[in-house]
Ligand binder design. Structure first.
Ligand SMILES: Cc1ncc(COP(=O)(O)O)c(C=O)c1O
Length: 363
């Protein structure tokens, strides 16, 4: 089976993790600090705070922004559900906003319409390394005094239109290090921020609001989402591979974009690598998605359906009845084709061939 995601963790990873084990300072030790420093340098920000996942990075960031029961948090209707669960698990109400017509990215006008007296924060999501309309969202937030916590889980190392990296433009930004990301530590995540005070609070909240776990005093509420040196050891080896990973993602995208000829029944969901977007996933739209996925599976090709719209989740449906006509197409027709930085060109050629050969029944 050609896997939907393919990455090679590289030859350095096993020894690096073994060395971290041997060192014994395995939780929030020197390798975590080094990893945070290197990420901060990469993203051109003063602070990075590593956490257990992208979900906990976003949750910590919203907690730091004071989000809690009684607050509303605006999230685009098209995203991995973690973007919304971060607010939901803090007791806030998730308000889902419609996306742009052609791209599954937060529509600033829909975002403006979703603001109420209870709104506390906006979570723009840079889905699949695409550059959305962030400036109008930042402007809305300034005008209404709202926190912007960017979800850059899928957008590491992507510069936005103003030259700053995505995930570094709001109060804070959450990133993911889960498996199908540009770099991974198995599970893991981090928050980036330019603000010294926000960073100080994030660091305290990461360890139950205490500066020292051995000689603790309770400075503020918090949780335990500490990153480990075992993960940092692996992640540091992945960071060394970042240029190759970026080149790999660009190569895969180009092969699909250039080879997308004679495919009558599916369209590639566009991205703009020429503007610096980094589409780590290759998505296509097909009104007969299930039939296409079955055809590809029979040809030994694994795909995955894009996530359902969030307003379909029972925990969000009552507050967000919709309709969301733009979201529907992405939720129902979109699928992810085999991709990932180390996907084999010969396998991608096979996928393209299978797409060309497909004749849906009745077409
Ligand atoms: C857009 C988005 N937000 C948040 C997350 C959550 O990250 P994690 O899976 O590391 O918790 C993900 C992970 O896939 C994601 O894609």
């Amino acid at each position: 089976m050609i896997p939907w995601w393919k990455v090679d963790l590289g030859p350095q990873a096993p020894a690096a993790v073994a060395a971290a084990v041997a060192d014994r300072r395995i939780s929030l030790g020197p390798l975590v600090a080094e990893f945070e420093r290197r990420l901060a340098a990469l993203l051109e920000v003063p602070h990075v705070v590593a956490t257990t996942s992208g979900t906990t990075a976003l949750t910590l960031a919203l907690m730091e922004a004071g989000v809690g029961p009684g607050d509303e948090v605006i999230v685009p209707n098209r995203t991995w559900i973690a973007s919304a669960h971060a607010a939901h698990t803090l007791g806030a109400t998730v308000v889902l906003a419609e996306v742009e017509a052609e791209r599954p990215l937060l529509d600033p006008e829909a975002c403006a319409r979703a603001i109420t007296a209870r709104t506390r924060a906006i979570v723009p999501v840079h889905l699949n390394g695409r550059i959305g309309a962030l400036e109008p969202v930042l402007e809305l937030a300034r005008r209404h005094r709202l926190a912007v916590v960017e979800d850059a889980a899928q957008a590491l190392a992507v510069r936005g239109s103003d030259g700053r990296f995505l995930g570094t433009c709001g109060r804070s930004g959450g990133f993911s290090l889960s498996v199908a990301k540009l770099i991974t530590s198995g599970q893991g995540g981090f928050v980036a921020t330019r603000d010294d005070e926000v960073a100080r609070r994030l660091r305290l909240m990461r360890t139950h609001g205490t500066a020292d776990v051995v000689d603790a005093s309770w400075l503020m509420p918090g949780t335990n989402v500490r990153f480990t040196d075992l993960q940092a050891a692996l992640a540091l080896t992945q960071l060394d591979l970042l240029p190759a990973r970026i080149a790999g993602v660009q190569r895969v995208w180009r092969q699909y974009a250039d080879g997308w000829t004679g495919i009558a029944h599916a369209t590639l969901l566009p991205a703009r690598p020429d503007l610096g977007e980094l589409p780590i996933y290759v998505e296509c739209l097909c009104p007969r998605r299930a039939a296409l996925m079955a055809h590809l599976a029979a040809a030994g090709i694994q795909t995955r359906p894009m996530y359902p719209d969030l307003h379909r989740a029972p925990q969000f449906a009552a507050r967000n009845p919709g309709p969301y006509p733009r979201s529907r197409r992405f939720g129902e027709d979109c699928l992810v084709l085999p991709c990932g930085p180390d996907q084999d060109p010969a396998d991608i050629a096979r996928v393209l061939q299978a797409l060309r050969a497909w004749r849906p029944e009745g077409a």
